[in-house]
Design a protein around this ligand. Structure first.
Ligand SMILES: [Zn+2]
Length: 102
């Protein structure tokens, strides 16, 4: 147990620094997230896009966020070009079934 406590106590001095680093990381993340949509739409200046990509390389959270946005965008684009009629009618039947049950 002692060995587990020791490094923790030693790190307490750098806790303030860690908090500042965490604060800075969050600031960068919120900035990156505000650029997400314009980045996907191709509306960023080249240097903005580069800074955005640099942050994404280092930040897993924002990388995942971009992935989610890309998936949503892809899904919407698919729906516009080819609506899945079978899925829609299955959904309608399912909803109709719910109404009959209650
Ligand atoms: Zn981030």
């Amino acid at each position: 147990m002692r060995t587990w406590f020791e490094p923790l106590r030693r790190n307490q001095r750098s806790q303030k620094w860690a908090q500042r680093a965490e604060h800075e990381r969050r600031r960068q993340c919120s900035e990156a997230l505000s650029l997400l949509q314009p980045y996907l739409d191709g509306n960023l200046e080249p240097d903005e896009a580069e800074a955005f990509e640099l942050h994404l390389d280092a930040c897993r959270a924002c990388g995942l966020e971009l992935q989610v946005y890309r998936d949503i965008k892809g899904t919407l684009a698919d729906r516009r070009s080819a609506p899945d009629r079978a899925a829609v009618s299955r959904l309608r039947q399912f909803v109709a079934g719910l109404h009959h049950r209650y």
